[in-house]
Design a protein around this ligand. Structure first.
Ligand SMILES: [Zn+2]
Ligand SMILES: [Zn+2]
Length: 97
């Protein structure tokens, strides 16, 4: 899937609460692949609350990516939690994570 078709100004989906620039979270490459911090059953929550980051293909699907590297996955979740708790309660966090 290629998610690059989105125009500026069209707000059909929730923005990331973690990043403002559309660039790889890890290496800053300008790119636009969405990574939902919580996949599977909680993917919808990731979307609703903007719990996602942008990643380049290498850092999204390569060896050093949250889909393969559990440490990195954990770091992203930790970081998302801190961001989320700036505007929500811990109970809400437990409900969505
Ligand atoms: Zn990258
Ligand atoms: Zn992903």
């Amino acid at each position: 899937m290629d998610g690059c078709e989105k125009d500026h100004g069209e707000e059909t989906e929730m923005k990331s609460i973690i990043q403002t620039e559309r660039e790889c979270y890890i290496c800053k490459t300008p790119y636009c692949e969405d990574h939902h911090i919580f996949g599977a059953a909680n993917r919808k929550n990731s979307e609703t609350y903007g719990l996602k980051v942008w990643l380049c293909p290498e850092h999204h699907r390569g060896k050093y990516s949250p889909h393969f590297d559990q440490v990195l996955d954990g770091e992203l979740k930790q970081m998302a939690q801190e961001k989320f708790l700036e505007t929500h309660t811990f109970d809400e966090w437990l409900e969505i994570s």
